[in-house]
Write a protein that binds this ligand. Structure first.
Ligand SMILES: Cc1ncc(COP(=O)(O)O)c(C=O)c1O
Length: 438
């Protein structure tokens, strides 16, 4: 215990955001380059899409060159986000993501989804309350709800093997009932349930019917249901001839906002951010949308330390107002994502590695458990490091996603250009071929 810090500060000094971040930066510093660094690394562990920045950066250059900066950018503005920015985002979401009316007064913006998750936890729960997630799930949810708001993460296990997800994600009301019972038997409150769709790490999506069923249970049990659609526009073209046989059921993304619009209920909320679909995690723009007016009011009152800079709001507003640009950007992004996805899937098929067929997100969730000596966290770490050392391919290890099975890894395929992804996959499959499966 360091006396110069609070107990919170002491805890923070020992709680890293994620264990693979230093390795990510190391791999980025030594990244493969066909001219300058042929033996370089492929950082495929952090969720960033670097494939379309050239398109967006050209648009931003045009805006900053041609337009005058409005006066409101220099001053304080609403804690929910500037009104003209909110209106622009409402029009954008209605047309491209949610396909239903969005009310600009029901938004609050914070500095990235990370901030939005933290703020939501702070407003909805008290320390010790529980937020549940379906395993495997985004590791950093734990810190986002725990660091400041002091809520606890609970992982609901709905399956064990990757093969269980070949026909889509699994979630039944019985899983929620069992979680509630377990949480309450520990004397805790089941305060909120979070679904990510498309999902991190599996790339699965929840159907409209499933979201409806789950929302009914949540409303009845007074558990907040929050749906995170941060990957909502990063969709894979599942009808592409190279992959369509992977999908046995036709499942289409449907935004939870549609259900919120019908039900108008205080227990339903939506998260979105521009970090992934627009490849601008550095802009730090996330949002919560809710028909719960008192929740939005409380959020606004606490939000001043989390605001998005007005300059960023203005740039994004200008980008989003140009619907012709946005339409073409999304189409190009989805086409490129699908091409990159196919490169990886073909490589995995060539060495007989199981994966979950993805509907969207920036990931492939794959099973390398057959290469572990034992299905333990230690063996998983050892294999992960060896793969990185020998091939430069840096994946996200499954530990931290809250799942039961060891030897599952996440690959972020749109971090590098397609030609480099081909090289990475050659090294990756060569490495696996050399090692016989146990
Ligand atoms: C599901 C999910 N939510 C939130 C975040 C954090 O996003 P942001 O960079 O907008 O804070 C991520 C980033 O990987 C994510 O995958």
């Amino acid at each position: 215990m360091n006396k110069s810090l609070s107990s919170r500060g002491n805890r923070a000094s020992k709680t890293v955001l994620r264990t693979d971040m230093d390795m990510f930066f190391e791999a980025v510093d030594n990244q493969y380059d066909k001219e300058k660094n042929l033996t370089g690394a492929f950082p495929l562990n952090v969720a960033e899409n670097r494939l379309t920045w050239n398109i967006l950066s050209a648009k931003i250059k045009e805006i900053t060159t041609e337009k005058d900066i409005p006066e409101w950018v220099a001053g304080y503005t609403s804690g929910q986000g500037h009104p003209s920015f909110r209106a622009s985002v409402a029009r954008f979401l209605t047309r491209f993501l949610t396909k239903c009316p969005m009310d600009e007064n029901k938004f609050a913006f914070s500095a990235g989804a990370t901030s939005v998750i933290e703020m939501t936890a702070l407003v909805l729960g008290d320390p010790g309350d529980v937020m549940a997630f379906c395993a495997p799930s985004y590791p950093v949810y734990k810190q986002d709800i725990g660091n400041i708001a002091e809520l606890e993460r609970y992982d609901i296990i709905t399956h064990h093997d990757i093969s269980d997800l070949q026909n889509g994600l699994i979630l039944e009301i019985s899983h929620l009932e069992a979680a509630k019972k377990d949480i309450e038997s520990q004397g805790k409150r089941f305060k909120a349930f979070v679904l990510t769709t498309p999902d991190n790490p599996t790339g699965g999506i929840y159907s409209y019917e499933k979201l409806w069923e789950v929302s009914s249970w949540c409303i009845e049990n007074e558990v907040h249901l929050i749906v995170n659609e941060i990957y909502g526009l990063s969709l894979i073209d599942t009808s592409h001839p190279a992959i369509r046989s992977d999908y046995s059921t036709s499942n289409h993304f449907a935004s939870f906002a549609q259900i919120m619009e019908v039900r108008q209920n205080d227990y339903l909320h939506l998260w979105y951010a521009f970090s992934k679909d627009f490849g601008v995690s550095g802009f730090r723009v996330g949002l919560v949308y809710s028909h719960n007016d008192i929740f939005i009011k409380a959020y606004e009152n606490l939000n001043y330390s989390h605001l998005v800079s007005n300059y960023t709001q203005w740039i994004l507003e200008e980008v989003l107002n140009d619907h012709a640009f946005v339409k073409s950007y999304i189409e190009t992004n989805q086409k490129t994502l699908t091409e990159a996805y196919i490169i990886v899937v073909n490589a995995l098929k060539s060495v007989d590695i199981s994966y979950v067929p993805s509907y969207g997100s920036l990931f492939i969730w794959l099973d390398l458990s057959a290469f572990l000596k034992k299905e333990t966290i230690k063996a998983e770490q050892k294999f992960w490091l060896k793969l990185y050392k020998k091939t430069g391919v840096l994946l996200t290890p499954g530990d931290g996603f809250g799942h039961t099975k060891r030897g599952l890894f996440r690959m972020v395929y749109p971090f590098i250009p397609l030609e480099e992804l081909e090289v990475a996959m050659k090294r990756f499959t060569k490495f696996l071929k050399k090692r016989s499966k146990s």
